[in-house]
Ligand binder design. Structure first.
Ligand code: PHE
Length: 338
């Protein structure tokens, strides 16, 4: 039996050396080690081996099995190596790789991140509200009566159910005061929508950053100081600002803030950058009715609010002459801000 086993090993190894495909290798494995294979058949002969010889024959059987198994494994690895080499032939692995194109933040995101970080340092927390708003939150609660021109069909996008695309982020003032009692110090960045003719300084979908501060003894000086500090942090300490008296239904007194804008290669000019004012007592009164408590008693508390155009902040930050560049998604433009 020992000679038979030797013979099986010799035959198997000789056969394996000449194999050049996975299927032939598997075929050989089955013919030697499979259930009906030669080695399996031979090992059935163990029954007839005398007791004294059993250990020696058993050991030989194991040796032969191991020898065949490792020859099969080596051959399999060798076949894989040959396939790999064939796949790589013709590829120069010393060539430099192709760089992956890197994305970058949109200029608006850069500006928003900056603005938020300045205001957070001053203690403002981020608040949020829906873009599809009720007329109540966008207008009525902000002391804006039904006949106000901002509510015209021709100025606002209305839905059939009476809701509308918010025309400003000031609706978040109302949403916040409905659910939180003073002191309030929030900013609310977000999209706003108007039926404006699109031109270099107007978009029909644009971005605003709202601010609201309500507490005891908040004054106009706080408002002016906050905005001046903010714009100088954003655009440098030499930034020129002017506060022009204006009218907003929900603030009294109200102002528009202009900033001296220097676009590259153009004459500098004042551009309107924000609206602001002291929260109108009527707004507090209306909030009080909604809440059913005296948290916003206009005799005890006061506040200021502001809303600025983020798209215009981006214009100023980067000297962009035309707002439309911000929404055209032209990578030649966008890649300049990475
Ligand atoms: N909501 C006003 C606008 O969109 C801006 C504003 C906000 C004015 C807060 C005063 C107070 O023009």
């Amino acid at each position: 039996m020992l000679t038979e086993l030797d013979q099986i090993q010799t035959d198997a190894l000789a056969e394996i050396i000449g194999i050049d495909s996975d299927s032939a290798l598997e075929d050989t494995r089955v013919r030697y080690l499979g259930k009906k294979g030669r080695l399996t058949a031979a090992s059935a002969g163990m029954r007839d081996v005398s007791k004294e010889d059993k250990p020696a024959v058993g050991q030989k059987l194991n040796e032969v099995r191991n020898a065949i198994t490792s020859a099969l494994e080596e051959k399999s690895a060798a076949l894989i190596a040959i396939r790999d080499a064939a796949a790589f032939s013709g590829i120069d692995v010393t060539l430099p790789g192709r760089p992956l194109p890197k994305g970058s933040l949109h200029p608006l995101s850069h500006v928003l991140d900056n603005a938020v970080s300045v205001l957070r340092r001053m203690g403002f927390a981020i608040a949020d509200g829906p873009e599809i708003e009720t007329e109540w939150h966008c207008f009525d609660a902000l002391n804006t009566p039904a006949d106000h021109p901002a509510r015209n069909e021709s100025d606002t996008f209305y839905f059939e159910n009476g809701k509308l695309l918010r025309t400003h982020t000031s609706s978040v003032q109302i949403r916040t005061m409905e659910t939180e009692a003073p002191p309030i110090r929030i900013i609310a960045p977000g999209s706003a929508f108007r039926r404006d003719e699109i031109d270099a300084t107007h978009l029909s979908a644009f971005h605003q950053l709202e601010g609201l501060y309500v507490d005891e003894k908040v004054t106009l000086a706080d408002l002016k100081g906050t905005l001046e500090f903010f714009f100088r942090e954003m655009f440098g300490s030499a930034t020129e600002l002017r506060f022009r008296p204006h009218f907003f239904p929900f603030t009294e007194p109200s102002f528009e803030v202009d900033l001296k804008f220097h676009a590259t290669g153009r004459e500098s000019k004042w551009i309107e950058i924000a609206g602001c004012g002291m929260v109108d007592p009527n707004v507090f009164q209306s909030i009080g009715q909604t809440r059913g408590d005296a948290a916003y008693d206009p005799e005890k508390i006061s506040g200021f609010a502001f809303g600025m155009g983020l798209d215009r902040l981006a214009m100023i930050t980067y000297g962009i002459p035309d707002l439309r560049l911000l929404i055209e998604n032209d990578v030649r433009f966008l890649s300049q801000f990475s």
